[in-house]
Design a protein. Structure first.
Length: 214
């Protein structure tokens, strides 16, 4: 067997291993913490964006009732309770976020149509609210980085926070992202976004859990 043929087979094997790892890692980050049933379930907010091109469902168990978790969701947003993730990282791009460590009464009001700020100049829109159960926001991001629901956005997006009562007075907190592409090339933009979102969302889930359990 020639050296060239041996090297070629080695390269094919390495490429296959890398592809397999990428596929496994991608599925892990898109379904972190979720059961197969949760990944497959139709959740509140799914109806706002049908036929999604990319869906991420990430979950965590909170040792508290849904009524004790909800106040932390209700006050989310820049200029309010924050996002309970890596504030320092978010603030490197000017988000000016300071995640609260207490429930603030004046931030508990949230209604459909309200802005959901992730940056002083970038806001999504609250699309569905069921106190104690569901908060869904929606929007898109233009090529300039501005959140919008207009035709200039290359993709549509919904972000759902769902509370499901579980056994022993615990709650499953499920966060689902849905993306629908408006152009074939948009996956090149969204895949890195989803990977970064995994890192931030994992910390967010833990941040909400820790606050509610305290």
């Amino acid at each position: 067997m020639s050296i060239a043929r041996t090297g070629g087979r080695a390269l094919v094997a390495i490429a296959g291993a890398v592809a397999l790892y990428a596929a496994v890692a991608r599925r892990h980050q898109l379904t972190w913490g979720s059961t197969p049933a949760e990944v497959a379930a139709t959740l509140p907010g799914d109806e706002l964006l049908e036929s999604a091109d990319l869906v991420a469902t990430r979950s965590i168990t909170v040792r508290a009732a849904a009524s004790e978790v909800w106040p932390w969701l209700a006050q989310m947003g820049q200029g309010r309770g924050g996002l309970y993730s890596y504030d320092r990282v978010e603030n490197l791009v000017g988000c000016d976020i300071r995640s609260a460590d207490r429930v603030v009464p004046e931030w508990q009001s949230v209604a459909v149509g309200d802005p959901f700020r992730i940056h002083p100049e970038v806001a999504l829109r609250v699309a569905r609210v069921e106190p104690g159960e569901v908060l869904v926001v929606e929007g898109g991001v233009s090529p300039t980085g501005q959140a919008t629901t207009g035709p200039e956005a290359p993709y549509d997006f919904t972000w759902a926070f769902v509370l499901v009562p579980a056994r022993g007075d615990t709650t499953r907190l499920i966060i689902r992202e849905r993306y629908r592409y408006r152009a074939p090339w948009v996956w090149l933009m969204v895949e890195p976004v989803a990977a970064v979102s995994f890192v931030m969302t994992e910390r967010m889930l833990r941040g909400i859990r820790d606050r509610a359990e305290r």
